[in-house]
Design a protein around this ligand. Sequence first.
Ligand code: DGY
Length: 422
Amino acid sequence: MQQGIDQAARHILETNDKGGFTVPTSGLYPYQWNWDSVFVALGFAQFDPARACREIETLFEAQWDDGFVPHIIFRRDDPDYFPGPSFWQAGAKLPSSGITQPPVAATAIRMLRDTTADTAVRERIDALFKPVLEWHRWFMRYRVPESCGAVVITHPWESGRDNSPEWDAAAANIDVSQVGPYTRRDLAHADADMRPTKLDYDRYVALVEFGRDTGWDHGAIATGGPFRVADVGMTMILLRAMRDLIALAEATGHSDDIDELESYVVRLNRGVEYLWNAESDTFCSRDTITGAHSGFVTSASFLYAYADAGTPEQRAKMAAHWHRISSRVEYMVPSHDPDDVLFDHRRYWRGPVWIVVNYMIAIGFREQGLDDWADRVRSDSQRMIREHGFSEAFSPLDAGGTGGTNFSWTAAMWLAWCGQGS
Ligand code: DGY
């Protein structure tokens, strides 16, 4: 049984491998996605470290001169996906989107480096230090203002948590009156009740049009864009990645960069404070235009442990949320608070469990000595996959698969984490 699941997971990665890069799943997502690739690399590392390294190298092939790394790389035009390259009109060396995604690369590269004995692969991993450093600098220049210290996203897609209720209030201010007709392709591949709504999509399209009209000028988008929300997920992920990059700098002889990186850690820690909402007693996202907190407890809130963030008092409040939520759902960790009216156990980031987020949450809990919580996250993840296969995401109530199937990052997480020794 175990061997069968391991083989099935490996088969998904090999089938979705399009030659140096892996698509998240065929049909629904036919290109290379930024954070998907990084998690997928951790899966490949279990049986082919050189291929794992290649996945991250191909991601950075699309890096722009200013350090920016896009969230999608379009190596060809595929009618299965909207919006494609002709809509984005972005890219430097390769056609791409003009927005980014959660910066998990430094953390994964550090893990790959620590676990590979192959010196040739190690040299290639070390060569990724500078490109990742440039990407982090890009974040600090354009997306982490001194005023708040948190990572400010300019499109919900950048968060990776596309339709989280965290964006609803800020997105309501996006003008969709000029959005022309377009045809969604996602609904040909997944049930409409598992996907974002038409209004969500109108807003996504309006934001792409805004960025495109600036010629993808990230400075202009950061200061004048209609959607600028400090994202709790991105902030926790970048804070952790910054520390992992410091460790990589030490290990690879880049000690000259360490002072700069430490100053970024200080700024991001201020960002964590900016994201604490004393009313809801949680870390959550915050609209930088209005100053309003979302007030929601999401799975991203629990990334405080992964980022080693928060005071003892804040951690105690998060513990109360953990106990409340874990008694409400069968499978942890729901992407949205099950006690909130907007919770929807099947709709994308409004309730379903995402295995990659569980992975990061479990790493954080383990590091903080919260072993019971880490064990619960891991065993729930394992059960969901055993019971329902390699879905994109899972209902926290009944583990029913939601979204796409044969999903690369779910398979990768089985191999690299929750399926190990099961
Ligand atoms: C989509 O198309 O649903 C993606 O999540 C955008 O990144």
